[in-house]
Design a protein around this ligand. Structure first.
Ligand SMILES: *Cc1c(COP(=O)(O)O)cnc(C)c1O
Length: 396
């Protein structure tokens, strides 16, 4: 079955006598048992819930995983992956990570005795040089967020396996529709399902998908043992949202391309970051390992003040953190989603306070371009009145 068919063709409710087409919400914490000395399939929703099971089986199918697990948030999912390690073990992580992951790794994880090193995962030689005998896990995102840098999943998997380590890839920016890291050799895929998998900004959820039964057993043990699983109602919402993943992303991606090309022509924009543009670093590699460029675009203006005014002048693009929603959003990662990364680290990654990130929704592409045009014009008018921009031509 092709992906589009898989999204809607699955057993929505195994063994339900009424054969519902939509998965029922088993909003129950506990399940009555027939016998006092043995358990049935479900006993307690922290350990397992039928709505969550349908979701997890569907996620495993979409990521070509042995099994997948649904968590209360992306960070809960990522946290469970770090629990595979013990005191003394190390993680080698890409240095351009989501801010919340950076905070988990740098401010919480060391309390358990697990150390995290950072290096540029897009530069294989440098990344390999940062591996130590204690490295148990390589961790990356691709495209990274917010600079949309591309790293080679297959090469990173080989690198990890050559050192007896695992590779975990955060696939939130792509979703299983556009990229399947397990097929490229990764051992673990995580998602902030809050982004494209949900797509409607109404659920926070996370996913861990694994390639082997051994890893599945360990992640299940952690999900149950730490009580971090997704609840039944949110599992239902996520299942419902998943059905339109391809429709949403096809639309978002097609608009994103038009908007990235449009931004490239605006004088106020110094640089556009979008893996679908031919000049983007890693464009060819991305095209080999993914099936689309996604719908997140970043751009730099050279001025924090101008970027802030553009964001505040936009009307359809709403200022909000997160991405992947049916609603378009605009944000300044340096002061919003990535504020938990210290300024000196961000500077080291060539990621300025003026960086603007757009997440393209399903609105009409022409409306979105018009909105950006009026936002640039109004931001520019204000900027001119404070005198900083008089040497520049007024952008179209
Ligand atoms: C949002 C995000 C996370 C964290 O997920 P939550 O659902 O917010 O906990 C992790 N990784 C990436 C790439 C993200 O964008």
């Amino acid at each position: 079955m092709k992906f589009a068919s898989q999204l809607v063709n699955f057993n929505a409710c195994p063994s339900d006598p009424f054969r519902p087409v939509a998965t029922p919400i088993y909003q129950t914490a506990t399940f009555e048992q027939e016998h006092a000395d043995q358990f049935g399939q479900y006993d307690y929703s922290r350990s397992g819930n039928p709505t969550r099971t349908v979701l997890e089986e569907q996620l495993a199918r979409l990521e070509n995983a042995d099994r997948a697990f649904a968590f209360a948030s992306g960070l809960a999912a990522i946290s469970s992956v770090t629990r595979l390690l013990s005191a003394g073990d190390e993680i080698l992580a890409c240095d351009d990570l989501y801010g919340g992951t950076y905070r988990l790794f740098s401010k919480i994880l060391h309390r358990t005795g697990v150390q995290v090193r950072y290096a540029d995962a897009c530069d294989l030689e440098r990344f390999a040089a940062a591996i130590t005998p204690e490295t148990r896990l390589l961790y990356t995102e691709t495209p990274t967020n917010p600079l949309l840098r591309i790293c080679d999943i297959r090469a990173l998997a080989d690198l990890a396996h050559g050192h007896g380590a695992l590779l975990c890839v955060d696939n939130s920016a792509m979703s299983p529709y556009l990229q399947n890291p397990l097929d490229l050799g990764a051992d673990i895929v995580v998602h902030s399902a809050t982004k494209y998998l949900c797509g409607h900004s109404d659920v926070t959820a996370g996913v861990v998908a694994v390639r082997s039964p051994e890893l599945a057993e360990q992640i299940y043990f952690l999900q149950n043992g730490e009580g971090s699983a997704l609840g039944p109602f949110d599992s239902y919402l996520l299942l419902r949202s998943l059905k339109t993943l391809k429709l949403r992303l096809d639309c978002q991606q097609s608009s994103a391309r038009k908007i990235a090309e449009h931004l490239n022509t605006r004088p106020a924009v110094q640089r556009v970051y979008y893996p679908g543009l031919a000049g983007h670093p890693g464009h060819d590699l991305h095209a080999q390992q993914a099936r689309g460029a996604g719908a997140v675009i970043s751009f730099a203006t050279g001025s924090f003040e101008l970027s802030k005014r553009i964001a505040e002048a936009a009307r359809i693009f709403r200022i909000s953190v997160s991405f992947g929603s049916v609603n378009s959003s605009i944000s300044l990662p340096g002061s919003m989603s990535h504020a938990s990364i210290p300024a000196e680290v961000r500077r080291g990654r060539a990621f300025g306070a003026d960086l603007v990130r757009l997440s393209i929704g399903i609105e009409d592409a022409g409306d979105l371009i018009d909105d950006l045009t009026q936002a640039f014009e109004r931001a520019w008018a204000k900027e001119s009145t404070i005198g900083g921009w008089s040497t520049y031509a007024v952008p179209k």
